[in-house]
Design a protein around this ligand. Sequence first.
Ligand SMILES: C[S@@+](CC[C@H](N)C(=O)[O-])C[C@H]1O[C@@H](n2cnc3c(N)ncnc32)[C@H](O)[C@@H]1O
Length: 224
Amino acid sequence: MRHWTQLGEASVPDSDKSIFLIRGKDDFFIKLSGGQELMSTRKHGSEDALGALPCQKLKHRESACVLIGGLGMGFTLAAALGAVGPGARVTVAELIPEVVEWNRGPLGDRSGRPLDDPRTQVHVGDVANLLRENRGYYDVIALDVDNGPEGLTKSNNSWIYSEQGITTTMEALKPAGMISYWSVSADRGFNDRLGRCGLKVEEISVYAHGNKGARHTIWLATKQ
Ligand SMILES: C[S@@+](CC[C@H](N)C(=O)[O-])C[C@H]1O[C@@H](n2cnc3c(N)ncnc32)[C@H](O)[C@@H]1O
């Protein structure tokens, strides 16, 4: 019996690539043209940690101002909302409009429908634009727009991991604000770059699912 159903297709802006929303027997998958899996609802421990860890460290969680880039399957957004208070504002920037539609539709139940939370604001577009436009605005910025600093699926995203991008992101933070970055693997060069930009850096290895198996890397970088 066939367990795979394609529910949607979207093109990735400024690239020749497409992504596909697939429903399997028990889970949803977002795959890149060629079949590479970008995300699934099966494993999201590190995506949860990316949103929760920096928010849990805030002194004023009640009214925190948070930026998430991008939405994906909504787990980082849901985890951030779970860690901040009723007066918080959480903006999620997502480049691909169909990803937002999929989260409003069939995907939404898996993450608890965080787009329906009244504290959530959606920005359909490049998170880099919000980083450039806002100064001293966010308490937390959680970035998971690609595989990490290396092996990018969208070449424009390399700016986010460059010294210029890191500095711009840091300037978008309030004093003592925090950036969290997700990566599929550790990256000594990126770790050093964060330090050179003047951030206090903590590198954390987080299980992709449960408490064994594959791990991903999260950097918590605090503005000093
Ligand atoms: C790996 S997924 C994020 C997974 C997410 N952390 C979660 O909890 O499911 C990356 C997402 O970022 C989006 N994206 C990629 N580049 C972006 C950019 N420059 N600005 C905003 N969103 C972007 C992609 O379309 C995709 O939905």
